[in-house]
Ligand binder design. Structure first.
Ligand code: SF4
Length: 343
């Protein structure tokens, strides 16, 4: 495969087939876009040029920032550490509530980018004092070739790799990436396929498959559910979601209910009422979820980790301040092991 950059900054992608009429079919994600000459996929970051599929995002970073790992959010993975966060433009979902639509709903050709090679990114991250690198802000699976090469370079330098993703990807590309990934936050938007289609132009089933595939691969995983009024806030839907997680061995994966604020194409909706979030937390606990957090609020105790056995507060979080800085992963009161990557 010719990997060299083209004049317009593309690089030949993987995971595609060529049809006799020179259209290409991208097999990276479940959309499986059929692209004629010059057309871009739904993610805007892959295109057919001359009967080959090219990624437009390789080596083109539109955001670089050192964040607290809690911001991803990851609460049971190296708490109190910082992660070097990067993004290239593009996303294969079209969420009506997107926080980062200026870079997610744009092509890498339209967004100001800095050119950076995977080795340079790894060196910059290593020199920053961060312990991990997060592929975040947009959808890192749409530029999976760049994500994978960066993750390999970072791993070689002893950095951990974090994927922040909607998990909408086909099985083989994900399998090729996971050996380099240590932790992930998966955005599980709803347990209704109809809601997925309406708010994101995607489907539920592939996301559930990704959750199981990551668990099977041993990736440390936390799950975020943004609770949007009148969209996915029904108790029954939340109950079904949590029951599926618990029934599939994910009861001890931290679940983050996040408060919605009006933005982008859902700016006409109100913020999520606090009562709705408290109800969601109660429902999740009743369904067996052991670590349930509420984000984007100032509720006391909403982001603290408590021992599911004896109730002792183990880690206190106040915005991005974490105490204690070091937690052994064992409850000091009752000896219960707490799942996570703590040191
Ligand atoms: S990754 Fe992009 S081009 Fe490929 S199938 Fe998905 S949306 Fe289409």
């Amino acid at each position: 495969m010719n990997k060299s950059d083209t004049a317009y900054g593309g690089r030949e992608a993987g995971y595609y087939e060529v049809r006799p009429d020179h259209t290409v079919v991208c097999r990276l994600c479940p959309h499986e876009c059929h692209l004629s000459e010059g057309r871009q996929g739904l993610c805007r970051s892959r295109t057919n040029r001359g009967g080959k599929l090219y990624t437009l995002a390789y080596g083109k970073v539109c955001a670089l920032h050192a964040d607290p790992v809690e911001k991803k959010p990851l609460f049971h993975f190296l708490p109190g550490s910082r992660c070097f966060s990067m993004a290239a433009a593009g996303c294969n979902l079209s969420c009506l509530n997107c926080q980062n639509w200026e870079i997610s709903q744009a092509s890498p050709l339209e967004v100001g980018c800095r050119r950076i090679a995977p080795e340079e990114l790894a060196e910059t991250a290593a020199c920053s004092g961060c312990r991990s690198v997060a592929y975040t802000y947009t959808e890192p699976l749409t530029y999976i070739e760049f994500t994978r090469d960066c993750a390999a370079a970072c791993k070689a330098r002893g950095l951990k790799n974090i994927l922040v993703t909607a998990g909408y990807v086909n099985e083989q590309p994900l399998a090729d990436l996971l050996p380099f990934i240590d932790a992930a936050n998966i955005d599980l938007k709803s347990f209704s396929d109809d809601t997925y289609r309406r708010i994101s132009r995607a489907h539920l089933a592939p996301v559930l498959r990704t959750l199981l595939q990551m668990k099977e691969a041993g990736v440390w995983m936390e799950i975020t559910n943004l609770v949007i009024p009148s969209v996915n806030d029904g108790t029954e839907q939340i109950q079904t979601l949590c029951r599926w997680l618990a029934d599939n061995g994910l009861a001890d994966s931290p679940l983050h209910f996040s408060r919605f604020f009006p933005r982008y194409r859902l700016s006409h909706l109100p913020p999520t009422p606090i009562e709705t979030l408290l109800q969601a937390r109660q429902t999740a606990r009743e369904e067996g979820m052991q670590f349930v957090y509420i984000g984007n609020t100032s509720l006391p105790d909403a982001e603290d980790t408590r021992c599911p056995h004896c109730g002792k507060q183990l880690v206190h979080r106040d915005i991005y301040q974490v105490s204690p800085h070091r937690f052994s992963g064992i409850c000091p009161q009752c000896g219960q092991p707490i799942p996570g990557v703590w040191t």
